[in-house]
Design a protein around this ligand. Structure first.
Ligand SMILES: [Cu+2]
Length: 288
């Protein structure tokens, strides 16, 4: 019976490993709703996934090691209480050497992780390390508010290209709600703000997450590697309607992006008078 309980408690770690093992193929793993499936939809996202896996391998090795040690102790303990066992109990005050080892080894592992991830972190968060494409300026200002995303794009200039985004709203600016567009395959930057409480700008398929903090204008960059519709969520519990603070990020070709801005300009400047008069409408004629 004692050994049964040993086995019973050893089943759970094995089951945990098995579930981890099958999780990717069952779709219980990374966000997989975007056009790239379970793979990160941005180059930096792939590097973040690699970091995740590296940490997962280290923790898995530690987990397996400690569970084997635990199983060994359980079995040894069970055997020591067998009938007829004459082995005497012994007392230990611990091992100084062992303690030094299991302090230094994890410290070294943590130091290694801290140094190894610095480059990815810098690219992700430090503005000087952003890709050179983002130096042209932000493509939009994204303002979170309870419970939606308000997006301000610069208008189109006389050459048909977007004007630079000004810190303050301009008469030529274009607006959408819950509909962020960006050019695919190009690193783009947005300026993230919030109008009320703290929110979090989350593009799960691109592995981009950044808090929107009241009073701060935070630059965030991303690069979608495949065109399509991606999810944009709020990842910070921000009030009763947090659950519905969902938007989309459309990654599209440069032409499609310009077309989107042109259509936005048209709909925003629409004054109610149709461009082509309705059939039968009186037409002013020069002959009269
Ligand atoms: Cu929110």
């Amino acid at each position: 019976m004692k050994r049964f309980w040993c086995l019973f408690f050893m089943i759970w770690p094995v089951l945990a490993l098995y579930v981890c093992w099958i999780a990717p193929s069952m779709g219980w793993w990374f966000p997989f709703t975007g056009p790239t499936g379970m793979k990160a939809a941005s180059p930096l996202g792939e590097r973040i996934d690699d970091l995740f896996y590296m940490i997962l391998y280290i923790t898995t090795a530690t987990f397996v090691g400690t569970q084997i040690a635990l199983g060994y102790v359980l079995f040894k303990g069970a055997a020591a209480t067998d009938e007829g066992n004459t082995e005497k109990a012994w007392y230990s005050h611990g091992s100084h050497n062992l303690e030094v080892i299991w302090t230094i080894v994890p410290a070294c592992v943590l130091l290694f992780i801290a140094l190894y991830q610095m480059d990815v972190w810098a690219q992700y968060r430090v503005k000087d390390s952003f890709p050179s494409e983002t130096k042209q300026g932000a493509i939009a200002e994204v303002t979170a508010r309870q419970f939606e995303w308000r997006i301000r794009y610069p208008g189109l200039g006389p050459d048909g290209k977007p004007l630079p985004l000004m810190p303050e709203p301009q008469p030529t600016d274009l607006y959408t709600v819950n509909d962020l567009h960006a050019v695919v395959g190009k690193a783009v930057m947005i300026i993230l703000e919030t109008q009320d409480v703290q929110h979090s700008f989350f593009l799960p398929e691109l592995r981009v997450k950044q808090d929107a903090v009241p009073g701060l204008d935070i630059p965030v960059w991303f690069k979608a590697s495949k065109s399509g519709d991606y999810t944009l969520l709020c990842a910070e519990l921000c009030g009763w309607g947090h659950y519905k603070m969902k938007a989309r990020m459309v990654a599209e070709t440069e032409d499609k992006y310009l077309e989107f801005l042109q259509n936005l300009t048209k709909s925003q400047n629409y004054d109610g008078v149709p461009e082509t008069p309705a059939e039968g409408a009186p037409v002013a004629s020069a002959a009269e």
